[in-house]
Design a protein around this ligand. Structure first.
Ligand SMILES: [Zn+2]
Length: 49
C-alpha cells in the first residue's frame, strides 16, 4: 500500500504536524490552497469518507 497519509502517520514522510490525538492527526497541506490550509486525517487508513 502506498498511502501518503499513512506514511505521515507512521513518520516515514515529513509533515508539519499542527495537532494530533489518539485517533487523528492534522498537518499543513503541501499545496496550500489558502495560507494555513490544514488536512485532518484518521490514524487508521480508510478508502472513503
Ligand atoms: Zn492511508
Amino acid at each position: 500500500m502506498d498511502c501518503p497519509f499513512c506514511a505521515i502517520v507512521a513518520g516515514r514522510l515529513e509533515a508539519s504536524i499542527v495537532a494530533q490525538t489518539e485517533s487523528a492527526i492534522a498537518f499543513l497541506d503541501l499545496r496550500q490552497a489558502v495560507p494555513g490550509h490544514v488536512l485532518v486525517v484518521p490514524r487508521e487508513h480508510v478508502e472513503n469518507i
